[in-house]
Unconditional design. Structure first.
Length: 77
């Protein structure tokens, strides 16, 4: 953003754009962690009740870890 855009954003919102970016990334990672823990818990319950195989359970865990790593790479770099 150029200087005029930054000053307009800060005048209207009261916070700098970098603080807003930090808040949005924090909210995104919070939602991702809550969703991931929910998905892994549901997969664990399915595995413990023999509705999912161990391979399917590990697939859920690996997909979540991969998604977390990719988002971390793109958003925190």
């Amino acid at each position: 953003m150029n200087d005029a855009q930054v000053s307009a954003f800060q005048a209207n919102s009261g916070i700098p754009p970098s603080a807003m970016a930090t808040v949005l990334v924090s909210v995104l990672f919070s939602v991702l962690l809550v969703w991931g823990s929910w998905a892994i818990r549901i997969a664990y319950v399915g595995w413990s009740e023999s509705r999912l195989s161990q391979r399917q359970f590990l697939g859920v865990c690996i997909r979540f870890v991969a998604m977390y790593l990719v988002l971390s790479f793109f958003l925190l770099s």
